[in-house]
Design a protein around this ligand. Structure first.
Ligand SMILES: NC(=O)c1ccc[n+]([C@@H]2O[C@H](COP(=O)([O-])OP(=O)(O)OC[C@H]3O[C@@H](n4cnc5c(N)ncnc54)[C@H](O)[C@@H]3O)[C@@H](O)[C@H]2O)c1
Length: 401
């Protein structure tokens, strides 16, 4: 960790401050991860982050918001995002609600002078994302996107090996993000199943996978031959709010149509000449959260599966061995990034949110330290890629007869 701004600091685009007041909009599955991320941000790495005040959590569901505020030690709960935008004691806000709500809330927050960390995918459409990029440019605030898997120590370690040339030129990225949250035909209807082609598994989990592929292999040049498939055509409407992947909520007798894909596959070529093969699914039995990839390079290979987040495998041309590496202080984020930071002490996805929150706060305060968060331009690029995947589904290689 590099230098620290002790005491007062000049926040990007605003006055000199001595602390950062934070808020989270959305107290659902990922909102709580953001809430704990801010809570933990000052406990990791070097001293020097300005005081972080945990000010408010806002959720349309009053009970949920109040419960999250109490659990994570925030001063108050709100029921609408406008209260967050209007609050003078709040400087930085995570937007962690359904994708279709991102644009309105983010634009409102930026116009009110807040720094914003918006969850992925940045927006439901390329057009919305473009408008959000413009709003961020106008506001001159930190405007970041939550590609949390970039904060994985194991992925960071593989990226370092690619960048150093140790593995040689990337040839083939084979990635998957397989989840089982949609396996049951009685998994309740939620915002995740609404919207046009591409807004389903592709946007929800494919957005992470595509970002990870570019994080490791550089820019994708083109995508090809997508297949988008919906296998469960309708789902029961819940009686209460379906939070996150929505297990355990009571169901009504009414079913509504699923509007987007359960699975998507496609291929890609990178500007470097490497090729990519991708598959995402929310109906992958037995795999609650399996983001993984193999990366084959000219002089070796590496692989990662977030189901075992604190390890990765590598092989090189010299030894030919495919060996398992446990993450430790020699890898990104571990030294100072865990309460116990010696080798073999595992970590998990929730830690990625701490590192992400820390990086966002560092950028606001002008403190050097962790790699900066992806900006809105990167969020727009991610949307353009998702859009290209959907368009590529129209390219037909069907057989005669
Ligand atoms: N980075 C990650 O690993 C990750 C993981 C899960 C979700 N996400 C992203 O986070 C976002 C939220 O996903 P989730 O799974 O937490 O959703 P969720 O359905 O669990 O939670 C959304 C919450 O928003 C609340 N809400 C709805 N309308 C609101 C409004 N107008 N104002 C305030 N609150 C409102 C709901 O009551 C609910 O509690 C999505 O963009 C998703 O893609 C990211």
């Amino acid at each position: 960790m590099a230098g620290a701004a002790a005491g007062r600091f000049e926040s990007k685009g605003s006055a000199v401050k001595s602390s950062i007041g934070v808020a989270v909009i959305g107290a659902g599955m990922a909102g709580r991860a953001h809430a704990q991320g801010y809570r933990s941000a000052s406990t990791v790495f070097a001293a020097g982050l300005p005081e972080v005040r945990l000010v408010a959590i806002a959720d349309a569901n009053e009970t949920l918001g109040a419960d999250a505020a109490r659990r994570y030690g925030y001063e108050r709960a709100e029921t609408d995002w406008e209260a967050i935008a209007a609050a003078p004691d709040i400087d930085a806000v995570s937007v962690v609600v359904a994708n279709t709500l991102h644009r309105e809330i983010v634009e409102g927050l930026l116009a009110a002078g807040k720094h914003v960390l918006c969850e992925k995918p940045l927006a439901p459409t390329v057009e919305d994302a473009r408008a959000m990029v413009q709003a961020a440019e106008k506001a001159d605030r930190v405007a970041a996107v939550g590609f949390s898997f970039r904060r994985s120590p194991a992925v960071g370690a593989i990226r370092e090996r690619v960048a150093s040339g140790e593995l040689g030129r990337p040839l083939h990225f084979n990635g998957h993000y397989w989840c089982d949250y949609g396996c049951s035909a009685d998994a309740p209807m939620s915002w995740r199943y609404k919207g046009g082609p591409g807004s389903g598994a592709l946007a929800d989990i494919g957005s992470h996978l595509i970002d990870m592929a570019e994080f490791l292999c550089g820019p994708v040049e083109s995508v090809h031959g997508a297949v988008l498939s919906t296998v469960i055509p309708d789902r029961p409407v819940p009686l209460g709010t379906a939070i996150g992947h929505a297990g355990g909520v009571e169901l009504s007798d009414r079913r509504e149509a699923v509007e987007n894909e359960d699975m998507a596959t496609f291929t890609a070529t990178f500007q470097s000449g490497a090729v990519g093969t991708f598959s995402v699914s929310r109906v992958a039995h037995g795999l609650p959260n399996a983001l993984g990839f193999e990366l084959f390079c000219a002089d070796g290979s590496a692989a990662f599966d977030v189901s075992r987040p604190a390890e990765f495998t590598v092989s090189d041309r010299v030894s030919g061995d495919h060996r398992r590496v446990l993450t430790g202080p020699e890898h990104p984020y571990i030294a100072g990034g865990l309460a116990m930071d010696f080798p073999g002490v595992a970590h998990g996805i929730n830690d990625f949110f701490t590192y992400q929150a820390r990086a966002f706060l560092e950028e606001i305060a002008g403190v050097d330290g962790l790699p900066r968060c992806a900006d809105f331009a990167a969020g727009l690029r991610n949307l353009e890629l998702l859009d290209a995947v959907v368009r590529s589904a129209g390219s037909d290689g069907s057989l005669p007869g």
